[in-house]
Ligand binder design. Structure first.
Ligand code: PMP
Length: 405
């Protein structure tokens, strides 16, 4: 489809007058102005001028089935026709809660909330109430949304991912309400847990009476059907979910041990409420997405991701990858924690992002965000696109003399 040119530029000129920086979430801005999107189907996304790209951003993670999966769209439309919201419980939320709880052994009870930021805020507040402590331990380079608790440097101390010694040293003090961590880090590029790290954190949190919160907003249902931390053999006290569990609509969850969740009103005195909590339209999208995923073969997604990672690895640059998500870092050194991830300059990746737009490939605009792959992507396309990406990345890194084969 051929469209007009310059629509995004014109929209951005209007937007920068009314929105700070012209956008409604900072990651959406990039220089000189972001492309405005107007549609998406399967693995494709279409900009406001009608140009089509293969999408490896996937709305920062929720769209594991690709854009506008017909079953999800039908489920949402059906619910909309029945009535958009009631401010009363509706049947779908029970099934969605049962599916999440039923597929994560650590989630005995949960609450559905509108965003990942709220889920992590409530999990942290609950940990404070439960322990009577105020301080939080988190990972350097970890991100838990825009809730003031996780963002407040006065309340939250940081340790490096994959350092058992640092975690043990801090936790031994016995002064932290919670250690909140993404079990695979996804907001400074992808950084995977090394063997034994999560178990060591589990042991040290337990010993020091600290609540272990696994923030699974990205990882939940991403690499397999359930919680990533559990797949790694660890049972956290509390978990947070978002993105995939809402199927592309605003929905998230926090949950975990029954003896902690019993504090939540009206069962207990912990205040958590929301006009849009368990919104029926979001619940319908999340429910249909999880129904589809429960009978999906994640090895297909794993295979696509392996192909992508192998192509990128030919550059000699560092590639961290797991099922359905990966990162390329413009360094040859291993990236095993937030510090080493954030030390890698982001400029070459931004140039790669720009170059790929010209090739009809839509990546995250920042190296700190993940490249996502969905069930809607085809193996042959993934191979071709990541080969193109690898060639461009190699030449940007000054490795243009040819890829390692
Ligand atoms: N936790 C993690 C690990 C996230 O990646 C994000 C968002 N990218 C959040 C929490 C916050 O979620 P939301 O944007 O839905 O508030």
């Amino acid at each position: 489809m051929k469209g007009r040119a310059g629509t995004s530029r014109r929209l951005y000129r209007r937007a920068e007058k009314i929105f700070p920086g012209g956008v409604n979430s900072p990651v959406r801005y990039y220089a000189p102005y972001p492309l405005y999107m107007s549609g998406g189907t399967g693995s494709s996304i279409r900009d406001a001028d009608g140009r089509v790209y293969t999408d490896y951003l996937l709305a920062y993670g929720p769209l594991i089935l690709g854009h506008s999966h017909p079953r999800v769209v039908r489920a949402v439309s059906r619910v909309m026709e029945e009535g958009i919201m009631f401010g009363a419980p509706a049947a779908g939320e029970v099934e969605l809660g049962e599916i999440i709880s039923g597929s994560c052994r650590s989630v005995e009870q949960l609450r559905l909330v509108p965003s990942g930021s709220e889920a992590t805020m409530h999990a942290l507040r609950l940990a404070m109430l439960h322990t009577g402590r105020r301080k939080i331990l988190k990972l350097r380079g970890g991100y838990h949304g825009t809730n003031s608790l996780a963002l407040d440097p006065a309340a939250a101390r940081e340790v490096e991912f994959n350092s058992v010694a640092q975690a043990e040293r801090e936790l031994k003090k016995g002064e932290y309400a919670a250690f909140i961590l993404e079990p695979a880090m996804g907001n400074c590029g992808l950084v995977l847990p090394e063997d034994g790290y999560l178990q060591a954190v589990r042991d040290a949190t337990e010993k020091s009476g600290t609540v272990m919160i696994a923030d699974e907003v990205i990882t939940g249902f991403r690499t397999g059907f359930g919680a990533y931390s559990e797949a790694m053999g660890v049972m956290p006290d509390l978990l947070t979910f978002g993105k995939i569990v809402g199927g592309g609509l605003p929905l998230a969850a926090f949950g975990g041990r029954r003896d902690m969740m019993k504090h939540v009103r009206p069962a207990g005195s912990f205040q958590q409420a929301g006009t849009y909590a368990a919104h029926p339209v979001s619940v319908a999208a999340g429910l249909e997405t999880l129904r589809i995923l429960s009978s999906s073969d994640y090895t297909r997604l794993e295979e696509c991701s392996r192909i992508a990672a192998l192509e990128l690895a030919k550059t000699g640059l560092t590639v961290n990858s797991s099922t359905g998500m990966l990162s390329i870092f413009f360094t040859g050194d291993p990236v095993r924690n937030g510090g080493s991830a954030m030390a890698v300059g982001g400029e070459p990746f931004f140039r790669l992002f720009k170059a790929m737009l010209e090739e009809g490939i839509y990546l995250p605009p920042s190296q700190q965000e993940l490249i996502f792959i969905s069930f809607a992507h085809r193996k042959a396309d993934v191979r071709r696109h990541f080969r193109t990406m690898a060639e461009a990345a190699a030449s940007m890194a000054g490795r243009g003399r040819g890829l390692k084969v």
